[in-house]
Structure formats: structure tokens, C-alpha cells
Design a binder for this molecule. Structure first.
Ligand code: NAD
Ligand code: MG
Length: 417
């Protein structure tokens, strides 16, 4: 009853706020899905800025459809090419390029919502600046939070920004937490006070869950990117195959929900129907279920605290062949253990882990590293990262230094593989 009164008295449910949106990484898998949801609700959502690294033709098409004020690309050459395309289409969108322009795109006063969907460390600065500027952050770019967790969460708390997780597991967990349907302003940590005992992060196990261990060292990047349930960008697909993705998500869950590593459990759930769960002290376990379609968490974040039709096929229980759960095979997925150890070590270790993994995945995708050496390269890098071992993550400068140090060490070690 109390809950009901609280919901009904939430002004935001009655008079919706127009979401004026920046999509960081609009040409990627999450970016395109975001625009697929936005397109359905011109009265709720308006695109103000878009950013993309190099897919200029797609970005030009997005400009023709959504008429943003500003778009940002990765280089001067890409900006020139885009300007030509926009001139041909008589579109008056301003074009900028480079990292500082990404921050501009994410912090314009006309924006109140930022979809953080750049892949990797490149998304950190615009996302954290948007957090400082008090925007609603829809966080897909988990690497940004893994790199700078405490600083990021402090920026959110200080500015009063709303932080809504888009990663399907964290979105699911958020939906299962007590304040998901109120206007508390998104994930804020410290949920143990609400009787939360632990969160259960589900993982599909990726494309190599059952392949013979002896075959793992020969798998190709295309095999690694062929995820059984989700269609995603190539970096996160490789992370899913090594389960570093679940390791990054473990760290992400720690910061978002204020839970120690021992209160976050990873479970293999090959069907990807249960997106994650929360176990309470009274014995209840609350789960969020749905299709493996990112439009659901994206629509949730865009419309929160309302619900809108995400254009996702309904989950048909009669056609489910059963839901199963397994323990993670630590020998098959060493990256998960590395991430767990980095979280327990704390400080700049998660930053170094993320940077080493980005180098390793890129090298694997370019054919310079065997799949099984991704974990080896990350482990060797962490053992040699001095800042990560000594440093405290108490400033953004330190975070960026640790990121750089780890990348340099990983590049050096890579030569020996
Ligand atoms: P993607 O590779 O499909 O797209 C990445 C986007 O980032 C593109 O628009 C690209 O132009 C941009 N980009 C890449 N490098 C850049 C750089 N150096 N500077 C500026 N922009 C750059 O990736 P994705 O699958 O959409 O994933 C995006 C983020 O969302 C990742 O952090 C990923 O972990 C997270 N995420 C994705 C999914 C998914 O289903 N795809 C699910 C959960 C979380
Ligand atoms: Mg996920």
C-alpha cells in the first residue's frame, strides 16, 4: 500500500519529462538498438547529439532521420567526409571530432539523458563528465565503471545524476531491487540495508561452453563472435567467449549495488532467459526474465520510472525447453578468476585488468594472439603493473595513468607470444 501511494504521488509518472538524448556510440549494436526504441516515441524522446567513430555512412543516415544539433566522429578525415554527405542531403547538423568533442556532445545543456554506448576506455571521459553534469546516465559502457568505479559513483552522488544500468544483468538486478519503481534516482549502492543477501549474475557461457578444452587454442575470432543468444559488437562478444565479460560485470555489480565480491555469485544459465536475480535474507529470490533483446533494458532506462512497449517479442513460456543452471568451470574460463581477484585487490587493479584485456582482445581479433592467451596476457600484465599494485584509485589522473601503464606493459608482453 505504501509503495502504491509512493508510485502514484511521483510527479514524473503523471507529467513525463521529454528525454533529450545524446547517444555516445550511435552506430554500434547498443546505439542502433537505442535509436530503434527512440524512433517509436517521437513525443517522449528527441535526439540532440550522436557520436560514432568511423561508420560515417550510417551516421549520415541517422542524421537524416533524427536531425541532431551536433555529431562527433573520430578524426578530421571522418568529419570532412561526413560534412560532405550532410551537405548533399541538406542537413544542418554541426560536425566535430576528437575526445574533447565527445565531452561536449555528452554535456550540452539541452541534453538530459546520455546513452553511454561507446565500447571500452574511450567512453570514460564523456560518460564521467555527463555524470558530473547531472545527466541521466544509461550505462552500457561497463568498462568506464570498471576503470573508475569509486570516482564514477562519487560523481553520480555529488551531482545527483540518475544512473540506470543498461547491461542486461544489472538492469535485471536493478528491476529486482526495492527502489526500482520509485524515484530514488537509479542505482546508488548499499543495498544490503534492504535485506539483500546476494545478487546472482547469470551468464550464457558463450560459444565455447562445451567445446573440448584442447580445441580452445585454435578457435577463430569469427567463432568467438558467434554468440549463441545475443547479437553484440565484436569486443563484448570475445569478452563473452572468455567470460571476461562476466568478470567486468562482477566489478560493475560491485560498484552499482555496493556489494562485496563474496555477495555476487556467477551462474551459468545457457538459455539467457533469466537475466539475473536477487536473493533476500528471508529466502526469497526475485528474478527478471525476458527475451535476450537489449531493447528491453534500453526502453526501461529511457522511460524509467515508466514502462513503454520496447518492440520486443513476448517471452512464450510454452515454447521454453527448460531453464538450467550450472557452476562456472574455472579452468575453462580463467578470465573470470582474474577479474574476481582484481576486484578483491581493489585500487587500480580493475583499471589495469580492463586495459590489459582491451589490448588482448584487440590482438586476438587481429590474429596476433591465440584465444587461450588472452587470459595469459592479462595475468602477466597485472603481475607487472606497478601502479595497479601500489596505487589507490583516488583521482581520474591516476586512473588514466594506470590505464596507460597497463596498455604499454601488455603491448610489450604481447611481442613474446
Ligand atoms: P559496438 O562495437 O557495436 O559499438 C561501439 C560504438 O562505439 C560504435 O558506435 C563506435 O563507433 C564507437 N566507438 C568505438 N571506438 C571508439 C572510440 N575510440 N572513440 C569513440 N567512439 C568509439 O559495441 P556494442 O556491442 O554496442 O557495445 C557498446 C558498449 O555496451 C560496450 O561497453 C559493451 O560492453 C556494452 N554492452 C553491450 C551489449 C550488447 O548487447 N551489444 C550488452 C551489454 C553491454
Ligand atoms: Mg551483460
Amino acid at each position: 500500500m505504501t509503495q502504491l501511494i509512493k508510485i502514484n504521488s511521483d510527479a514524473r509518472l503523471d507529467s513525463h519529462v521529454m528525454r533529450n538524448i545524446c547517444v555516445l556510440g550511435s552506430t554500434g549494436s547498443i546505439g542502433v538498438n537505442t535509436l530503434n526504441v527512440v524512433r517509436q516515441y517521437p513525443n517522449l524522446f528527441s535526439i540532440k547529439t550522436l557520436t560514432a567513430h568511423s561508420q560515417i555512412n550510417l551516421l549520415a543516415e541517422q542524421c537524416a532521420e533524427f536531425h541532431p544539433e551536433l555529431v562527433v566522429v573520430g578524426s578530421a578525415a571522418a568529419a570532412q567526409e561526413l560534412e560532405k554527405l550532410l551537405l548533399n542531403k541538406r542537413i544542418k547538423t554541426q560536425v566535430l571530432y576528437g575526445p574533447a568533442a565527445l565531452v561536449t556532445a555528452a554535456t550540452l545543456p539541452s541534453i538530459n539523458t546520455v546513452m553511454a554506448a561507446i565500447v571500452g576506455a574511450a567512453g570514460l571521459l564523456p560518460t564521467i563528465e555527463a555524470a558530473k553534469a547531472g545527466k541521466r546516465i544509461l550505462l552500457a559502457n561497463k568498462e568506464a565503471l570498471v576503470m573508475s568505479g569509486d570516482i564514477f559513483m562519487k560523481a553520480i552522488a555529488t551531482s545527483g545524476a540518475e544512473l540506470l544500468p543498461i547491461d542486461s544483468e544489472h538492469n535485471a538486478i536493478y528491476q529486482c531491487l526495492p527502489d526500482a519503481n520509485t524515484s530514488n534516482g537509479g542505482a546508488r549502492g548499499a543495498y544490503s540495508q534492504f535485506g539483500v543477501k546476494e545478487v546472482l549474475l547469470t551468464a550464457s557461457g558463450g560459444p565455447f561452453r562445451t567445446i573440448a578444452l584442447s580445441d580452445l587454442s585454435h578457435v577463430t575470432s569469427d567463432q568467438a563472435c558467434a554468440h549463441p543468444n545475443w547479437v553484440m559488437g565484436r569486443k563484448i562478444s570475445v569478452d563473452s567467449a572468455t567470460m571476461m565479460n562476466k568478470g567486468l560485470e562482477l566489478i560493475e555489480a560491485h560498484y552499482l549495488f555496493g556489494l562485496a565480491a563474496k555477495h555476487i555469485q556467477v551462474l551459468i544459465h545457457p538459455q539467457s532467459v533469466v537475466h539475473s536475480m536477487v536473493r533476500y535474507v528471508d529466502g526469497s529470490v526475485i528474478a527478471q526474465l525476458g527475451q535476450p533483446d537489449m531493447k528491453t533494458p534500453i526502453a526501461y532506462g529511457l522511460a524509467w520510472p515508466r514502462r513503454i512497449d520496447a518492440g520486443v517479442k513476448e517471452l512464450d513460456f510454452m515454447s521454453l525447453k527448460g531453464l538450467s543452471f550450472e557452476e562456472v568451470d574455472a579452468g575453462r574460463f580463467p578470465c573470470l578468476g582474474l577479474a574476481y581477484d582484481a576486484l578483491v585487490a581493489g585500487g587500480l587493479m580493475p583499471t589495469a585488468l580492463n586495459a590489459a584485456n582491451e589490448v588482448a582482445v584487440q590482438a586476438f581479433l587481429e590474429g596476433q594472439l591465440k584465444f587461450t592467451d588472452i587470459a595469459n596476457l592479462v595475468e602477466k600484465t597485472l603481475n607487472r603493473s606497478q601502479l595497479a599494485q601500489l596505487g589507490r584509485a583516488d583521482s581520474l589522473e591516476l586512473v588514466l595513468q594506470a590505464d596507460l601503464e597497463s596498455r604499454q606493459i601488455a603491448q610489450l608482453i604481447l611481442k613474446d607470444f
